[in-house]
Design a protein around this ligand. Sequence first.
Ligand code: AMP
Length: 268
Amino acid sequence: MQRQAQRWQRDGVRIVLVPTMGALHAGHASLIRRARKAAGKNGIVVVSIYVNPTQFNDAKDLRAYPRPMAADKKLCRAEGVDVVFAPKSLYEKDASTVIDETAVSLGMEGESRSGHFQGVATVVVKLCNLVQPTAAIFGEKDWQQAALIRRVARDLNLPARIIVAPTMREADGLACSSRNVHLNKSERQQATALWQAIATARATVRKGALRGLKRRLILSIENQPAAQVDYVEFFDEQTMQPVNPKKGTRMALAVYVGKTRLIDNGRL
Ligand code: AMP
């Protein structure tokens, strides 16, 4: 991959990377389309598919992660992807170097999933070194991850431009996610509570009745019998620091629906 990428680089070919863990859905497809726009007709769109073990803090979650490679290749072909980069493994057995971001990655997902963002930052830097992209596309769905990647790219002078693309949703508002396949029919219905909570918060900051908003949102989500809130947070979009909810701040939440952990976020 790296040798091929260096050849393209030498010839002035634009390379745009879409890093994924596979189980591709409409959200990934929209990132691929954004990548094509950034690459241009003559550029190369690379989709990496790699279920990165170092970003899982739960071995069961890693084992259960869906890996439908044939369907993923089919989607990539249909979307006009030039290269699917699907390495078997990316780590030496005794790998001992990691990327540790120490500000934007601390709260929320960083707090709930110990080691997760170290794994994410490390694999993204590795993928950038292998694929040598001019630009890399990430989804707003994982807002904190996108903030982390932006910070790492800035602090370590990664040559890739980081582009963040909007969240694709099902008709009822549920964010597309590879984990949605784990939901049974009833859980799938209850999972709309995440998006509904964001919509409620958005309406509330416009009315000004903010007292106890977080508590009310948690109660309304947990009104769904299978839902258990991990966190609801309001924060500044750039610094990721917690703030009181108001128009223009962002809300993120993580909720277990049955055994499946879902995340979502939106601007208020
Ligand atoms: P994943 O395969 O879940 O690691 O995600 C790969 C990339 O797709 C990440 O940049 C995600 O933020 C992005 N992504 C995941 N779900 C969505 C979605 N519903 N809409 C847009 N992008 C998404």
